[in-house]
Design a protein. Structure first.
Length: 722
């Protein structure tokens, strides 16, 4: 049973409750992908969940509501940009995953219009955008009736009906004309074109290399980086990152005596290709030709410098398309074939061992093409390493050096082994008995994970320091793990957090020429370091002092305490009656007075024990990460607790946000609530104070009504705040 068959079988077996949960899961994944440009799963996993959803809805049409992602487009218009109502809805194209479905669709078209022909195009993996060009000329300039056209608006898809005005950013994209001199007879008073904004693989790799070098998290894939870039308020950033655009459709032409752009898809693109970059397009009369075109696009997709996630088949005669049924989500007269995942044979030549900040060992397979013995290329990029999640995964997949395994790129991004093809001549890989970095004993946990037992492991401390300095924690710009390793090896810093700030304290920029410190002189004398690079590093460390409690608490690395738990702890500290006006001072007072951290919502035994141990170490001065860590906490300019409960309008209230709000994104609404003392939750319960609802609110609204929880619109929320 392949993935599609399995997804259909799961969809057929779903209960009503399971269907609702699947809808909510897909909505959450779509929001992460379209609104936050931060996908949580691969495209393939998302596609299979949609197959489950559609299969279930086909069996139970009475369950289907407008909030289902089968009925509406994922994504909302960001409040960072002005909103635009599309003249022509920017709808999606329905995906199919087998050639038989394409054939059935072609037959359905031919049954209505036997003379129908087709256009087959590359489906570019990017961000959809419509360009509006207008002319203000009243008289043509020459015998060909040519006039000047200007790009007056560029709009993102948003929810398909309302998008964002990103004109200033699109004007920075190379290949998008600002002005054109064209025939008024063909292009009329105004014409609108739809295209796909994308990032090349080379530019994507260049960006990620820079992020990794700076110790920051790399982008997930070119599509989401392109989308995130286009949604920046800094137009210069769009130009610097090198976005591109392919035109694939004529949306509208007004006032053209010869409207040749809106007659044939293929012919229209041929005209536009003289002035724009257009998608690769083929003509076809029947399914057999379409099949060959799909195969040709698929065979060449790895050879381009950009990502393709399918082939689009369109009825070429544009006038025929309204004769076929569309939906509020899918446009009529189109279908998209998604290619099966490419699989190759990979030979494991070595297994590398790493140690994380918790001491957990990680395993990475070094691979090559099993047939050619050369570097392995899949989906157009070279793959040399594959993550081997844990010992159970290794045992279940019979992984060993010398073995041959199927390999795919999950979502054409992340390399993943699919199963053993040739058993390794050696035994299945076994974890080392001692740590390869410090020689400490290895401890096992339920046969799945293994850990270094040495709390002073050099690699573990290095990883903790790198996590502490990372973008989502203390955000020390430019302090990558490679630079940290270099500083520690040279004796410039130790393995503790406070050693970074000690180094910065010793450094005096205004006196670096006349009164160089020993630490500064030593660092500047080392290869790869100069006066400016040292100054930049110290400046970044000093900037990190201006932070907040949540970032610091997350950076410390207490087990299971991330940003979410730190926010809950922050609220508990603010509610605790004390004369101390600093967060950490009040936290340690809570510990000394026997406060039960387990009573904080969401804090279990592991978090509570870890927090108690941290407080005990701080209070007694026995922190293994450095004796002077307490001084670091005092030195950080954490905000004083000066807001009274009366000033926090939402103090003690819990909110749930569901649906698409008219003016705010979900994250903005959460930030507003939290800034006024409230808490936000992802699920409705008896503890919920209010549910804030927008368009397509879904099952959370139904649950709120059943529990009698008050419901607010965005306007109601603002009125409550006022």
């Amino acid at each position: 049973m392949n993935d599609i068959e399995l997804a259909r079988a799961i969809g057929e077996a779903l209960s009503a409750d399971e269907y609702q949960k699947l809808k909510e899961k897909i909505a959450d994944l779509a929001s992460a992908y379209y609104d936050d440009d931060a996908p949580k799963v691969s495209d393939h996993v998302y596609d299979m969940l949609m197959v489950q959803l559609k299969t279930c809805e086909k069996l139970h049409p009475d369950w289907v509501k407008q909030d289902s992602l089968s009925q509406t487009i994922g994504g909302v218009a960001s409040s960072k940009f002005a909103k635009v109502t599309h003249d022509v809805p920017m709808l999606s194209i329905e995906d199919v995953f087998d050639k038989e479905s394409v054939k059935e669709w072609v037959n359905s078209i031919k049954a209505v219009h036997p003379d129908a022909t087709f256009a087959v195009e590359e489906k570019i993996d990017g961000l959809s955008c419509t360009l509006r060009y207008k002319t203000t000329d009243t008289e043509p300039y020459d015998e060909a009736n040519c006039v000047y056209y200007k790009l007056v608006l560029a709009e993102t898809r948003g929810n398909g009906f309302i998008g964002e005005d990103v004109t200033e950013n699109v004007l920075q994209i190379e290949g998008v004309p600002h002005e054109l001199f064209l025939s008024h007879d063909v292009f009329g008073e105004e014409f609108q074109l739809r295209g796909e904004i994308y990032m090349t693989r080379a530019d994507f790799q260049k960006y990620n290399d820079a992020e990794l070098a700076a110790g920051r998290k790399p982008a997930a894939n070119p599509r989401n980086l392109a989308a995130g870039t286009l949604r920046q308020k800094d137009a210069a950033l769009v130009k610097a990152r090198g976005l591109h655009m392919f035109i694939f459709n004529v949306q509208k032409v007004d006032g053209a005596p010869r409207n040749s752009l809106m007659q044939s898809q293929f012919a229209g693109l041929q005209i536009l290709s003289k002035y724009f970059d257009t998608v690769l397009c083929f003509q076809a009369d029947d399914f057999e030709t379409i099949d060959k075109c799909i195969d040709q696009i698929g065979a060449n997709k790895g050879q381009h410098g950009y990502d393709i996630d399918g082939a689009v088949v369109k009825v070429d005669q544009i006038a025929y398309r309204p004769d076929f049924q569309g939906t509020s989500k899918y446009s009529a007269g189109h279908i998209a074939y998604k290619y099966p995942q490419e699989e190759k044979r990979a030979e494991i030549t070595d297994i590398e061992v790493g140690v994380g900040r918790t001491g957990k060992l990680s395993f990475t397979a070094v691979v090559r093409d099993a047939d050619t013995k050369l570097p392995l290329s899949i989906c157009g990029t070279e793959v040399s390493r594959v993550t081997l999640h844990n010992l159970k995964y290794i045992a279940d997949n019979q992984i060993g050096i010398g073995g041959v395994y199927g390999i795919i790129k999950s979502g054409e991004i992340i390399p993943k082994l699919t199963g053993v093809m040739y058993q390794a001549p050696q035994i299945i890989y076994q974890a080392p008995k001692t740590c390869p970095f410090c020689g400490g004993q290895i401890e096992r946990s339920d046969g799945v994970d293994v850990f270094c037992s040495n709390p002073d492991c050099s690699e573990m401390n290095l990883q903790s320091l790198a996590y502490f300095a990372g973008r989502d924690q203390m955000n020390i710009d430019g302090l990558s793990i490679e630079i940290l390793r270099d500083l520690i090896s040279k004796g410039i810093i130790g393995p503790s957090f406070d050693s970074l700030y000690q180094m910065a304290n010793e450094y005096n920029i205004t006196k670096q020429i006349d009164v160089p410190t020993q630490s500064n002189t030593f660092l500047e004398d080392c290869d790869g370091w100069g006066r400016q690079s040292v100054a930049n590093l110290v400046d970044a460390i000093n900037k990190s002092r201006q932070t907040d409690f949540v970032r610091v608490m997350s950076a410390i690395g207490i087990k299971n305490i991330g940003h979410g738990q730190a926010k809950l702890l922050k609220a508990a500290i603010e509610n605790y009656k004390s004369e101390d006006i600093t967060y950490f001072g009040r936290l340690f007072e809570m510990y000394r007075n026997g406060f039960d951290f387990g009573q904080i919502d969401g804090f279990g035994e592991v978090i509570t024990n870890g927090l108690n141990n941290f407080c005990a170490a701080c209070v007694t001065g026995s922190l293994p990460i450095g004796r002077e860590f307490m001084e670091l906490l005092d030195e950080l300019t954490l905000p004083d607790i000066s807001v009274t409960e009366g000033e926090q309008k939402f103090h003690g209230m819990t909110f749930v946000i569901t649906g698409t709000l008219p003016n705010m994104g979900r994250k903005e609404c959460e930030a507003l609530i939290e800034a006024n003392g409230g808490k936000c939750s992802g699920s409705v319960s008896k503890k919920t104070t209010y549910v804030v609802v927008g368009e397509a609110a879904g099952s959370k609204l139904d649950k709120a009504k059943s529990l009698g929880i008050p419901v607010l619109s965005e306007a109601d929320l603002m009125a409550l705040l006022a």
